[in-house]
Ligand binder design. Structure first.
Ligand code: CTP
Length: 429
C-alpha cells in the first residue's frame, strides 16, 4: 500500500506527531529555512509502516533550528555536533531527530565520511538507496510535497533496492549489509545493476576495508531485525559472510538456532538486552577455537560478546564432564558453569540439542544462579561455631544442598548448618 499522495501518508501519522510537524514547519517558515522529513521516515510513511524515529533535515543550520524547536515545544534539545545533528525530546515523550543537510566525502573506501553542510539536493544525493533518498517538505506553502530526485517512489512500487551511483558500495561498504537488511525486511529485491555492483564490491574485498567495530555494528543491526536468519542467508549467498571470515556460514544449522532463540522469548527476562549476542553466538557456534580467535580478532567485540563467544569453548569441557557423569548433581553443575557468561548459558538453555542438558542449563539460568541462603556468617556465630575458614565451607555445602533440592526453608538451612558442623567436629575429635 503505497500512498501516491504524501498528504495521505501524513494523515496516517499519530495526531500528536502530525501537529508537531506542522508546528516545526511554521517555525521553519519564520526562520526562513527549508525543513523536510527525510530518509527512512519518508520510505516507511509511504509504505504505511510504523516506526519509532522521525528524521528531519534542514537546508541550513539544523542544530540551531533544533534548539529553537525545543524551546517552542517545551522539549529538550541534545546536540551531536560531530554529525551536525540534534535530538529534540518532546514533552509528550516522542522525539524528533534534526539534521543539517550535508555532503559526505570519503577519503578512502570504507573510511568514515567527512561531512560538511550542503543543500538538500546534495544531501539526498549522498544517500545509500533511491528508496531512502526522498524528502517531504514541511514548510507551510509546500507542506506534504514529495522531493524525489532519484525516482525512489517508483522503486518503492517496484519493490527494488537500488543504489544511487556505481561507487556507492565502495565508498561505504556498510551499505552492503544495509541493502540486504532492507531487502529482506521489506521483501524487496536488489535491482539487477545493484546486485552486480554488490557482488563486485564483495569480490574486490571491500568488506575488508571496514573496521571491526563498524562491521560488528552491521551484524548487530541484523540481529535486531524481526527475523535475522533470512538476512544472514542472503548475505551468505552473496558471498558477504565468507568475506567477513572464511569460516562463517549460514546453513540449516544456523536457521534452527535462530528460530529456537526467537521462539524462546519467555526464558529471558523482559529487561534482557543481549538478544544480538545470542544470535551472534549462533553465527559463530561450533567453530574451532582458532577460528573463533580469528573472528574475535577481526571484529574486535566488546568484552561481553567476547566472553560469550569464548565461553562456548569453555562450555565444551563442562559438557564432556556432564556426559561422562563426572558432573552429576545440580550443585556440581552450578559450580562448573558459575563463571561462564550468562549470555552463553541462556544461549544453551534455548538451543542445546539434548533435552536433558538443555533442561540443566535452563534450571541453572532460571533458578540456581540466583539462589541465595537465608543464613549467613552471623547465623553461624549464633550457633557458636568458631569463626574461621569453616564458615565459607559450611555455607557452600548448605547452598549445594539447597540447589540439589535437599532442603528448602530457612529452618532447614539452619538445621543443615548445625549438622554439617557437628559432623566436622566429630570427625576431628
Ligand atoms: N544513510 C546512508 N548511508 C548509510 C547510512 C544511512 O545514505 N550508510 C541514510 C539513508 O538515507 C537512511 C538515513 O541515512 O535512510 C538514516 O539512516 P538509518 O537511520 O541508519 O536508516 P533508516 O533508513 O532510518 O533505517 P531503519 O529503518 O533501520 O532505522
Amino acid at each position: 500500500m503505497i500512498g501516491s499522495d504524501m498528504k495521505e501518508a501524513i494523515a496516517r501519522l499519530p495526531e500528536g506527531i502530525r501537529e508537531r510537524l506542522r508546528q516545526a514547519g511554521r517555525l521553519a517558515d519564520e526562520s526562513g529555512l527549508d525543513l523536510y522529513l527525510v530518509g527512512g521516515t519518508v520510505r516507511d510513511m509511504l509504505l504505511g509502516r510504523s516506526r519509532k524515529d522521525v528524521d528531519l533535515a534542514v537546508d541550513g543550520d539544523g542544530m540551531g533550528f533544533a534548539g529553537r524547536l525545543a524551546r517552542g515545544t517545551g522539549g529538550r534539545c541534545t546536540p551531536h555536533s560531530r554529525f551536525l545533528t540534534a535530538t529534540v525530546d518532546l514533552p509528550e515523550g516522542n522525539s524528533l531527530d534534526v539534521a543539517t543537510a550535508r555532503s559526505e566525502t570519503y577519503e578512502r573506501p570504507g573510511a568514515l565520511p567527512r561531512v560538511a553542510p550542503a543543500s538538500m539536493d546534495v544531501d539526498l544525493a549522498r544517500r545509500d538507496f533511491t528508496i531512502n533518498a526522498m524528502a517531504v517538505s514541511l514548510n507551510g506553502r509546500s507542506f506534504g510535497e514529495l522531493v524525489d530526485p532519484f525516482n525512489g517512489l517508483d522503486d518503492l512500487r517496484k519493490r527494488l533496492v537500488r543504489i544511487l551511483h556505481d561507487r556507492s558500495f565502495i565508498d561505504d561498504p556498510t551499505r552492503l549489509f544495509r541493502a540486504v537488511r532492507f531487502e529482506r525486511r521489506l521483501r524487496f529485491r536488489l535491482e539487477r545493476g545493484t546486485a552486480g555492483r554488490f557482488r563486485e564490491a564483495v569480490s574486490e574485498g571491500m568488506i575488508g576495508n571496514l573496521s571491526g567495530p563498524r562491521l560488528l555494528e552491521q551484524l548487530k543491526l541484523i540481529c535486531v531485525e524481526p527475523d535475522p536468519w533470512p538476512v544472514f542467508n542472503r548475505l551468505e549467498r552473496l558471498g558477504a559472510l565468507k568475506a567477513i571470515h572464511p569460516a562463517l556460514a549460514s546453513d540449516s544449522g544456523l536457521e534452527t538456532l535462530v528460530r529456537e532463540i526467537s521462539q524462546s522469548g519467555d526464558l529471558a527476562s523482559s529487561t534482557y538486552d543481549g538478544w544480538w549476542i545470542l544470535y551472534l553466538v549462533a553465527l559463530f557456534r561450533p567453530r574451532r577455537a582458532e577460528t573463533l580467535e580469528g573472528v574475535v580478532d577481526r571484529l574486535k567485540p566488546n568484552r561481553r560478546l567476547r566472553k560469550a563467544i569464548e565461553d562456548m569453548s569453555r562450555w565444551s569441557g563442562v559438557e564432556q564432564a556432564v556426559e561422562s557423569g563426572e558432573i552429576d548433581t545440580a550443585a556440581d553443575f552450578c559450580r562448573a558453569v558459575r563463571t561462564i557468561s550468562e549470555d552463553t548459558m541462556l544461549f544453551l538453555s534455548m538451543t542445546h540439542p539434548e533435552d536433558a542438558i538443555r533442561r540443566r542449563c535452563e534450571a541453572y539460568y532460571r533458578h540456581h544462579r540466583h539462589m541465595r541462603l537465608s543464613i549467613d556468617g552471623r547465623t553461624l556465630k549464633e550457633l557458636e561455631i568458631p569463626e574461621g575458614p569453616a564458615y565459607g565451607e559450611i555455607l557452600d555445602e548448605v547452598l549445594s544442598m539447597k540447589i540439589n533440592g535437599e532442603i528448602g526453608t530457612a529452618e532447614e538451612e539452619l538445621g543443615a548448618a548445625r549438622e554439617i558442623w557437628s559432623r566436622r567436629n566429630n570427625l576431628s575429635t
